[in-house]
Ligand binder design. Structure first.
Ligand SMILES: [Zn+2]
Length: 194
């Protein structure tokens, strides 16, 4: 077993901009997966506590089906930079940040969104551009998510939305679960909007 990440909870949230009420709802989930080197790896995801079971079950499926995951390392290791994490094909969840190009907090900011293998599952913009740089979407490649994938189906059966279904921007690596009470979605504090 190759250990990709073995942080304590405090280490995994160090330096985040998130307020304490957001941090208090988070937990660290250990996940195991076959990586592209053919070896079993252990990584970690920071997610909201009530989603722990969903993620455990989804990664059990990922492990049992041999779906390849490059690595899963909390964003603290990338200085909270989504760009650096994506460029490293990192799978991750919590990151207290805006939706790219907006001043609206992402569901990643609540630990309610998960990204898997950004390199195999890039964002494709309307103008044809994509991120991370150099990535292209080839549904036949290992570690790629598509409509019929067991991983996509299990996420959806648990009430998650898949970014591959988004109309505006195809966000193939992204899954998110909106809380039943939308008023619990954190709003950006003024200090970050200035
Ligand atoms: Zn995402």
């Amino acid at each position: 077993m190759i250990v990709d990440s073995n942080l304590s909870f405090d280490e995994a949230i160090a330096g985040t901009d998130a307020p304490l009420d957001v941090i208090g709802k988070l937990c660290l989930v250990e996940v195991c997966y076959w990586s592209f080197d053919g070896k079993m790896h252990q990584g970690q995801l920071v997610v909201q506590k009530e989603l722990r079971q969903d993620l455990s079950d989804i990664f059990t499926l990922i492990q049992n089906t041999g779906f390849k995951v490059a690595q899963a390392i909390p964003l603290v290791k990338y200085g909270w930079s989504d760009d650096l994490s994506m460029a490293n094909n990192n799978s991750s969840a919590f990151n207290y940040r805006f939706v790219a190009g907006t001043r609206r907090l992402s569901l990643h900011a609540a630990g309610r969104a998960v990204d898997i293998n950004p390199y195999q599952n890039p964002v494709i913009y309307k103008d044809g551009g994509s991120a991370p740089p150099g990535a292209s979407y080839n549904p036949a490649a290992d570690g790629t998510l598509q409509e019929g994938s067991p991983v996509v189906q299990l996420f959806k059966s648990r009430g998650w939305r898949w970014g591959g279904d988004f109309e505006s921007v195809r966000d193939y690596h992204h899954f998110e679960k909106t809380p039943l009470d939308a008023s619990t979605i954190p709003k950006a504090p003024q200090r970050l909007l200035k």
